[in-house]
Design a protein around this ligand. Structure first.
Ligand SMILES: Cc1ncc(COP(=O)(O)O)c(C=O)c1O
Ligand SMILES: Nc1c(O)cccc1C(=O)C[C@H](N)C(=O)O
Length: 421
């Protein structure tokens, strides 16, 4: 990407005027006087989500009660939503299902993958991976016993190639998050999956910070399994159900551990013995959360006719503009970027280290710029191309510069720790 020489307000407004995604912003409810740079944690609310919630409550559940499972096809929703997510993941039909949380889906997949690798006991992951991924492995290890399952962690700094070197025939499963939740570093799915397969290792990708943010090609990269969140770039709302991808070639061999009735071959036969459903349905466990899943279903319509290459282009351009403007402000020199700048190595966020990152974040929020903080010292900013404008980037950096140059962030109230950061 070429460096824009002069990012004046006029230039940014011009970028908005020629932005092919600009009209998508109207699809979202965005509060006044708020610049939302936290869609990587919780996506903004698509207007259609509110309409669907109203419809499910007031036209379906209230009026049609239990008949709705058939008349409003509630029973098919996990498949329907899975198929809506599939194109965003580069997945052919029949391989993605919407259910449970990312953590729970990880447990199911980790367990399946370990059972497919008799004689191998190690699950390899990044030392800095999102904790729930590591905790789920630790939970599985305590269930199976250390002799059957161990978590191996590597520090995967960009230049040390430790991750690639650690993928050997000793490893059963490689569990990686495509975009690091702290640094925003992007891993190469194609290269790492290929390396893993050469060593007989199965691969699970956590797409929490990439699904809906950048083009993904799970089938083309021969990925085995993947999971991800419905509430970040897919805008499904707080605690939205997650998704799970399992490549068709594995379906017949899988034995998932949470054998609930919804994953049974014939749930309404109420048989005593479990018999898994064929295909991706085997990953269902209990009754789907219909209200939340309906909201996610509606939210996904925002992606209708969207070109993910355009989303990626704008995401990189927004973050590029942000960082460029930061570097133009001498007062922001203490912000140290920890996100790799090359487009091929970053996702849709920027992360800066600063000794007062927490207070800076609180001061930004107070001024209507919603960012977040990740301990111990990271200010994290997410760039969501469907509802952010280029002019917003200029405004956000100006506000940040004001907060720093005036030392406003040193006010005692900004040091008060919130429960959720
Ligand atoms: C990489 C990653 N995986 C998983 C999760 C969350 O999983 P869950 O939806 O189960 O809380 C997050 C964020 O919360 C995440 O950043
Ligand atoms: N899932 C979250 C929640 O329930 C509350 C607050 C934040 C979150 C997050 O998604 C955290 C997120 N995965 C992260 O990247 O830090």
């Amino acid at each position: 990407m070429t460096m824009l020489p002069d990012l004046t307000k006029t230039t940014l407004a011009l970028l908005d005027a020629t932005d092919p995604l600009a009209s998508k912003r109207d699809a979202f409810f965005l509060p006044d006087n708020t610049l939302y740079l936290d869609g990587n944690s919780l996506g903004a609310m698509p207007r259609v989500a509110a309409l669907r919630a109203h419809q499910v409550l007031n036209e379906q559940w209230s009026r049609d009660l239990i008949k709705s499972w058939n008349s409003h096809q509630w029973i098919d929703l996990p498949h329907k939503v899975g198929e809506k997510i599939a194109p965003l993941l580069g997945a052919a039909p029949g391989q993605v299902i919407c259910c449970d949380s990312t953590s729970v889906n990880l447990f199911k997949i980790l367990s399946c993958a370990m059972l497919m690798q008799p004689g191998r006991t190690k699950i390899l992951s990044q030392a800095g991976n999102f904790p729930t991924d590591l905790y789920m492995v630790q939970g599985l290890a305590s269930l199976l016993g250390e002799q059957y399952c161990q978590l191996v962690l590597v520090d995967d700094s960009p230049d040390n190639h430790a991750l690639e070197q650690a993928i050997t025939t000793e490893i059963a499963v490689l569990l990686l998050t495509q975009v690091d939740f702290r640094s925003g570093r992007l891993l190469d799915i194609q290269r790492l999956t290929q390396r893993a397969h050469e060593q007989g290792v199965l691969v699970i990708w956590d797409l929490a910070h990439s699904a809906g943010a950048l083009p993904i090609e799970l089938d083309a990269c021969h990925v085995d399994f993947a999971v991800g969140c419905g509430y970040k770039y897919l805008n499904g709302g707080p605690g939205a159900p997650a998704f799970l991808y399992a490549a068709t070639r594995h379906h017949d061999r899988l034995t998932q551990p949470l054998t609930g009735w919804m994953g049974h071959n014939a749930p309404f036969s109420f048989a005593t013995d479990y018999q898994k459903a064929p295909g991706i349905a085997q990953f269902l466990t209990g009754t789907p959360a219909i209200i939340a899943m309906s909201v996610l279903d509606a939210a996904l319509t925002v992606f209708d006719n969207i070109d993910m290459q355009q989303v990626r282009y704008k995401s990189l351009a927004l973050s590029h503009c942000f960082h460029h403007l930061v570097t133009m402000q001498p007062c922001l020199a203490d912000l140290q970027l920890i996100t790799p700048l090359q487009p091929s190595a970053r996702g849709s966020q920027l992360a800066y280290q600063h000794p007062h990152a927490y207070a800076l974040c609180q001061a930004l929020i107070q001024r209507g710029v919603i960012a977040d903080f990740r301990a111990p010292n990271i200010l994290r900013l997410g760039f969501t191309p469907l509802y952010l404008r280029y002019v917003d980037i200029g405004t956000a950096v100006t506000i940040l510069a004001n907060i720093v140059s005036s030392q406003e962030y040193l006010k005692p109230e900004y040091a008060v720790q919130q429960k959720v950061t």
